[in-house]
Ligand binder design. Structure first.
Ligand SMILES: [Cu+2]
Length: 279
């Protein structure tokens, strides 16, 4: 038979090829610490917690796929083998002890198998290890303030910079942290609820007024990392990105010295920056 293809078929084939090319080259688009066009997986990991999240995600994905295919296979068998035409005289079997024990026990074992790594991951996220430094992140309408109580008690505001790339993620003053150090982040809100989120570090925690939430990360790669406020907090919710620059110990030390002088005026009160704001 001669293969022929109409214009619609050719169009569909073109789309499929384009989709496949994009899917396979998806990783090529992925840039460390920021979202990428056509990205269809999680962002590249930059911390041990995110490594675990990615592992758990892939583990669940495989499990779900196997279960779904198994159920689909059972359905196909029933439809093909036991329809009225193929099987005109149905069996009157109602009980089978072995199968009933199996379909109770197997799901229980699967759930236990999921719960063990799930709890391990939860505790990894929630138990803050001994911290090398603490940073306080305060969500405000509509920007973030970062305070460094361990490194000279300075505080500064971090606002979205319109002229910087990546668009809507670049800020005037990034949070700066040393690489391979445990950073404890204390998160609060000055006005309404915001949320401090950094996908590459597996961090997402609410910034609630009157309450101090705690999380942590250990950045294992140097570079720029971007996140966004992740709790709808008002008209400029989409314009209060979080930018973290991960640097070497020496670079961090010299940045702290400059920052101490640069931000010397602010930081005496938690709300100093809000009071001076013109918004
Ligand atoms: Cu916000």
């Amino acid at each position: 038979m001669k293969m022929s293809m109409g214009p619609v078929g050719r169009h569909l084939l073109g789309l499929a090829v384009a989709g496949l090319t994009l899917a396979t080259s998806g990783a090529a688009f992925a840039e460390l610490g920021q979202p990428a066009p056509w990205e269809w997986t999680l962002q590249q990991s930059g911390s041990p917690v995110m490594d675990n999240i990615i592992w758990f995600h892939n583990f669940l994905f495989v499990l779900i796929t196997v279960i779904t295919l198994f159920v689909l296979a059972l359905l196909v068998i029933v439809v093909v083998k036991f329809n009225a035409k193929a099987n005109p005289v149905p069996s009157r079997t109602t009980h089978n002890t072995l199968i009933e024990v199996a379909w109770t026990l197997v799901p229980v074992l699967i759930l236990v198998g999921i719960s063990v790594p799930s709890f391990r991951l939860l505790f990894l996220e929630l138990d803050v290890p001994k911290a090398d430094l603490t940073i306080k992140a305060t969500g405000k309408q509509w920007y973030w303030s970062y305070a460094y109580p361990d490194n000279g008690k300075f505080e500064f505001d971090s606002l979205m910079a319109q002229d910087k790339q990546p668009r809507l993620l670049g800020v005037d003053n990034e949070m700066v942290v040393p690489v391979n150090k445990v950073v404890r982040v204390q998160v609060t809100g000055a006005d309404v609820i915001h949320a401090f989120a950094m996908p590459a570090f597996g961090v997402k925690i609410d910034a609630i007024p009157g309450r101090l939430n705690e999380t942590w990360f250990k950045a294992t790669k140097t570079g720029m990392f971007y996140g966004q406020c992740s709790e709808l907090c008002g008209k400029d919710h989409a314009f209060m990105p979080i930018a973290i620059r991960v640097v070497s110990d020496q670079e961090f030390a010299s940045w702290v010295e400059t920052a101490k002088k640069k931000y010397a005026s602010g930081g005496t009160s938690t709300y100093a920056s809000t009071a001076g704001s013109t918004q």
